[in-house]
Design a binder for this molecule. Structure first.
Ligand code: CUA
Length: 157
């Protein structure tokens, strides 16, 4: 048997308890608030976004089925296209976001959508708007002089 000092043993136990608490917190947060980890869904040529056949040539909402939408959103300095969308309450919306120029952010306040948007990559996440109201979309990756003015809104009615 290796001799471990009494205080050393106590600190080892405390460390293990803290680790268990942290892992528990991550599991609770992930399950309870539905945290989604964004990943690189698809590659796209940032120079071809306006070409016919590209879903970003006419960005915006499309209804797939009653209450189910997809939203193709283009990020560019310093705006989102479109910058206003309306959906009925309870709608499930899948967002496909890409950038025409530099790195942007895409966070919908009060939802579990929070993504980094890179030129050449498509960021995809889905959320359900259970409560009516105006949801702000903000760019939260610094993208130049007017970064702070880059936002859009989703109106849930
Ligand atoms: Cu776009 Cu900051």
């Amino acid at each position: 048997m290796i001799h471990v000092d009494r205080y050393e043993q106590a600190w080892i136990r405390i460390t293990i308890l803290i680790l268990i608490a942290f892992i528990g917190a991550v599991i609770v947060a992930g399950v309870a608030s539905g945290i989604q980890v964004p990943s690189a869904y698809q590659r796209v040529d940032p120079k071809a976004l306006s070409e016919p056949g590209s879903p970003w040539a006419e960005p915006g909402l499309r209804e797939l089925a009653p209450g189910k939408y997809e939203a193709y959103i283009l990020s560019q300095i310093w705006s989102f296209v479109p910058n206003e969308m309306r959906v009925p309450v309870g709608s499930e919306v899948t967002f496909y976001v890409t950038s025409r120029d530099v790195q942007h952010g895409f966070k919908i306040v009060d939802t579990n959508i929070n993504m980094m948007v890179l030129p050449g990559q498509v960021a995809k996440l889905k959320t359900t708007f259970a409560r009516p109201g105006t949801y702000n979309i903000i760019c939260h990756e610094y993208c130049g002089t007017l970064h702070h003015t880059m936002y859009a809104q989703i109106i849930v009615e």
